[in-house]
Design a protein around this ligand. Structure first.
Ligand SMILES: Nc1ncnc2c1ncn2[C@@H]1O[C@H](COP(=O)(O)OP(=O)(O)OP(=O)(O)O)[C@@H](O)[C@H]1O
Ligand SMILES: O=P(O)(O)OC[C@H]1O[C@](O)(CO)[C@@H](O)[C@@H]1O
Ligand SMILES: [Mg+2]
Length: 316
């Protein structure tokens, strides 16, 4: 069978690993594997490249995605989706592996509904996809955040400051939550765990009275203007505060061993699913076992609130 593979949405460390596994395992299983450049952009342009074992050499340790990625608003339009199907048909490609986040999954479902055999792999640092404990790239991004937090802690302690750290995650607080636990943050603000500014300032005022030398506040993006809030904390709590937005550094870097294993397992599993004539599904990992669910189910469900939230308050 001819199978194409693309990466879409924000890049995530581990995407290359999943491509590598799907290509090498897929070829061993007798398939022809094609890469599509720049996600859905390449699909509507017919920008395909045949991939072989050798082309995968060396990419296991590379961050980003060698196939490039894109966000393409127009892909919500049926006209462009039909063009993509036409281009796949022209090449005789029957199967498509989409590696991306929830938005990319919507495009994948549209293609599945138009008759393409699609399997999706959760590739996003945000960990915001239903039906999987972890998305590919989440753990590497988390490691990057924790290493930055350790550095920020050093300077916070030296200057006896409060450090506010804004991390990515879009509408999901998992990066902030796991970072708060791993980096020993005092306060955590996420979409699932909102705290009022007054409550945060009251806690920091109390910490200052207790003579704590520093404090770390981790905040998911889009929750507040962290620079303005740092000024407000400094004025009201007397705990001198500085804000750092970690930004795109969180999306880059060599995938962690954990993401390499996850990417390899998921890439190979996608091929196994095609071989079992299963498609229209999203791959996930639950309790360390590979699983799959219909893409529509994954898109239409929200992840339950993470039970780890309890831990943050208990150990801060
Ligand atoms: N409803 C939809 N129908 C068809 N295609 C869609 C739809 N929503 C999103 N897409 C396609 O998927 C692309 C990626 O979506 P989005 O920007 O939400 O990123 P993502 O895949 O969720 O990844 P991340 O959140 O990690 O950046 C969009 O630019 C668009 O091309
Ligand atoms: O690259 P862009 O389009 O600015 O996207 C940023 C968004 O992408 C993500 O990094 C996920 O890939 C989110 O955490 C963030 O909100
Ligand atoms: Mg998304």
């Amino acid at each position: 069978m001819k199978i194409a593979i693309l990466t879409s949405g924000g890049d995530a460390p581990g995407m290359n690993v999943a491509i590598r596994a799907a290509v090498r395992y897929g070829i061993k299983k007798g398939h022809e594997i094609y890469g599509v450049y720049s996600g859905y952009v390449g699909l509507i342009k017919g920008d395909f490249v045949k991939l072989d074992h050798k082309r995968m050499s060396g990419i296991i340790s590379m961050g980003g995605t060698f196939l490039k990625t894109a966000r393409l608003e127009e892909f919500k339009d049926a006209k462009f989706q039909e063009k993509a199907v036409e281009n796949l048909k022209k090449k005789g490609i029957e199967g498509l592996i989409v590696i991306g986040g929830d938005g990319s999954y919507r495009g994948a479902l549209a293609l599945h509904n138009l008759g393409v055999k699609v399997v999706t792999i959760p590739g996003t640092i945000d960990n915001d996809i239903y039906g999987t404990d972890y998305t590919l790239g989440f753990h590497t991004a988390l490691d990057t955040i924790v290493s930055a937090m350790d550095k920020l802690r050093d300077t916070s302690v030296s200057h006896q400051r409060c450090s506010i750290i804004e991390v990515m995650g879009r509408n999901c607080g998992d990066l902030a939550l796991y970072a708060a636990i791993s980096g020993g943050a005092e306060i955590l603000v996420t979409p699932e765990h909102k705290l009022s500014k007054e409550d945060i300032i009251a806690s920091l005022t109390q910490y200052k009275k207790e003579d704590r030398t520093h404090a770390i506040v981790v905040v998911t993006e889009h929750q507040m203007d962290v620079f303005e809030f740092a000024k407000e904390i400094t004025e009201k709590s007397k705990f001198t505060s500085v804000a750092t937005i970690l930004g795109y550094v969180q999306r880059g870097g060599s995938p962690s061993a954990q993401d390499r294993i996850l990417g390899t397992r998921m890439g190979a599993y996608a091929i196994d699913l095609f071989d079992q004539k299963i498609s229209g599904v999203a791959i996930g990992i639950e309790n360390d076992r590979l699983v799959y669910l219909p893409i529509g189910v994954v898109i239409n469900n929200k992840r339950p609130v993470n039970p780890l939230y309890k831990l943050v308050t208990e150990v801060s």
